[in-house]
Design a protein around this ligand. Structure first.
Ligand code: NAD
Length: 312
């Protein structure tokens, strides 16, 4: 089949392009490189892969058939979406609208990459898909959370009104090689600080929790969801929960670093806990994460060591 991946030159998008090619699909990657990097797809040399530089918040006209559209384009890290608030809202709203329009024109199946951020600062833990969330629409993170909530709503509207075959994945914190070292997310932040011997900055007292899913597990879950016939949102993430402080200590141990842990003020509206309920993914997709935190972190640390080495 021919798949279009928006945001395909980003961290997760590039892993998804790899997986789709491995499964024998043709892949068209569309990205405007606002937070992505051509380096992420530079290793793909095979036939059946093409790349178009384009902002999907503007209409995209393509000749020929498209069977599957994976819509991942969006700034995703808090640093990025707070620096790019309007682009973030536009790609969630106009970008999703344009890609749904393309899906309608091509009679393609459409998958939206949504996020655990639709749950905001959740009042229940773990979060199941039935939880409606606790989002501050006018806080600094609202640009991302509300853009994804709108994207989910318009996806369901296209499904209900136009009969488009749609899927919605709610992605929980995912990490792995090809994350940007300076994207501000906790995994690259801590690893870079540990490898460079800098202080490890924990925001708040470090008792807030996160659960981290390795990239190969995440894209496998996304792939299975696209191949299922389930239309409502499905959480894909790793339910193993750690406090941020525990996590900082694990990274110190795995890198063998002597960095100190220091504490800074918690950012506004930072969620206190985040853990997916993956009952649906297990039941419907027969999916659950396979890569342990230690294995995944070792691979990611290796990647960041290489990146730091080439920067010297
Ligand atoms: N990584 C995570 O932990 C996580 C968690 C929840 C949701 N997600 C979602 O997964 C998707 C991918 O995230 P990521 O972590 O790979 O981030 P990323 O920043 O590495 O990738 C996003 C890609 O989208 C591209 N992009 C942004 N706006 C665009 C536009 N208007 N037109 C074309 N391309 C555009 C960027 O250039 C980048 O290559 C995002 O939709 C994000 O919201 C990721």
């Amino acid at each position: 089949m021919k798949a279009l991946v928006t945001g395909g030159a980003g961290f997760l998008g590039s892993h998804l392009c790899d997986l789709l090619l491995e499964k024998g699909h043709e892949v068209v990657c569309v990205d405007n490189l606002i937070t992505g990097n051509e380096q992420n797809i530079a290793h793909i040399k095979q036939d059946g892969f093409s790349y178009i530089r384009h902002d999907v918040s503007k209409p995209l006209y393509l000749k020929g058939k498209i069977d599957l559209i994976f819509h991942l384009a969006s700034p995703a890290s808090p640093i990025d979406y707070m620096e790019l608030p309007i682009q973030t809202l536009k790609v969630g709203a106009l970008g999703t609208h344009n890609m749904l329009g393309l899906a309608k024109e091509k009679n393609a199946r459409f998958l939206l990459a949504s996020t655990s951020e639709v749950y905001g600062d959740p009042l229940v833990n773990p979060q199941s898909e039935e939880y409606w969330g606790n989002v501050n629409p006018v806080g600094p993170r609202g640009v991302y959370d509300e853009s994804k909530r709108f994207a989910e709503a318009i996806t369901m509207a296209y499904h209900r009104y136009h009969g488009i075959d749609t899927r919605i994945v709610r992605i929980f914190n995912t990490y792995g090689p090809r994350m940007r070292m300076n994207d501000g997310r906790v995994v690259p932040n801590f690893i870079k600080q540990a490898l460079c011997g800098e202080d490890i900055t924990v925001y708040g007292d470090g008792s807030q929790t996160r659960s981290f899913c390795y990239a190969s597990d995440e894209v496998e879950g996304i792939f299975r969801l696209m191949n299922s016939d389930y239309v409502l949102p499905v959480n894909i993430g790793n339910p193993e929960e750690h406090t941020i402080l525990e996590f900082a200590r694990i990274i110190l141990e795995l890198t063998g670093s002597n960095s100190r842990i220091i504490f800074k003020d918690l950012p506004v509206d930072d969620p206190k806990q985040r853990r997916p309920d993956i009952t649906k993914a297990k039941k419907i997709l027969k999916w659950e994460p396979e890569v342990s935190l230690e294995q995944g972190l070792k691979r990611t640390i290796e990647y960041f060591r290489d990146v730091l080495g080439t920067m010297k």
